[in-house]
Design a protein around this ligand. Structure first.
Ligand SMILES: Nc1nc2c(ncn2[C@@H]2O[C@H](COP(=O)(O)OP(=O)(O)OP(=O)(O)O)[C@@H](O)[C@H]2O)c(=O)[nH]1
Length: 204
């Protein structure tokens, strides 16, 4: 997936979810393969990473938003032009799971159906003894809203790369599907135009 100059096509990905669920940690683990204590995000942090999917590569522009309630309204500003969203919750916090559902409602208000690829991510699987949200609950919610779904641990680097690769694959598939539809549309347009030539006249 390349632009005219050969550079990988960029896609905007926003990370959404309440404070402390691990959004910044997931981004840091994915982009820099690092895990360390991070201060709460203020406003938004920005990362980029080129994802190589074998046959194609694309550039993810990752917008890591602040989860604290006081920043909620600013985060909406970062929605604009998003191609994908990660809705992150902490599996040890039911409240964060409910907040992720609210974020989805916000996204659904902002974008027409199917325009944004959304993945639900339950983070901190290393704290399974404190789990408040079961895998099945996450999976069921995701299925009922046609979202991708995974559980991760940014701390243990469990399934973090898979999250971003799965999103990238889905983005690529949607672009390819749209291109095929556009080509079919063009072909239909050409057929409907009929043979070229002088317009036929019915009288004489
Ligand atoms: N045990 C465990 N702790 C984690 C994991 N991911 C993040 N944390 C910790 O959870 C806390 C919050 O992580 P952040 O990445 O700052 O969370 P955030 O969602 O970006 O928070 P805001 O910036 O306030 O929105 C930090 O103390 C992290 O070290 C994980 O997978 N397991």
């Amino acid at each position: 997936m390349a632009q005219a100059d050969g550079a990988p096509q960029p896609f905007k990905l926003v990370l959404l979810g309440s404070g402390n669920v691990g959004k910044s940690s997931l981004a840091l683990r994915y982009v820099k393969n690092d895990f360390k204590s991070i201060l709460p995000t203020v406003g938004c942090a920005f990362f980029t990473k080129v994802v190589d999917l074998g046959a194609a590569s694309l550039k993810l522009e990752i917008w890591d938003t602040a989860g604290q309630e006081k920043y909620h309204s600013i985060c909406h500003l970062y929605f604009r032009g998003a191609n994908a969203a990660l809705l992150v919750y902490d599996i040890t916090s039911k409240d964060s799971f409910l907040k992720a559902q609210q974020w989805l409602a916000d996204l659904e208000r902002e974008f027409p159906p199917g325009e944004v690829v959304v993945m639900l991510v339950g983070n901190k699987t290393d704290l399974s003894e404190e789990r408040e949200v079961t895998f099945e609950e996450g999976e069921q919610f995701a299925q009922s809203h046609s979202l991708l779904f995974m559980e991760t641990s940014a701390m243990l680097d469990h399934r973090v790369t898979e999250v971003f690769s799965a999103l990238a694959r889905e983005l690529l598939q949607r672009v390819e599907r749209k291109e095929r539809q556009a080509q079919r549309g063009d072909a239909r347009l050409t057929l409907n135009q009929g043979p070229r030539g002088p317009a036929k006249c019915c009288a004489h």
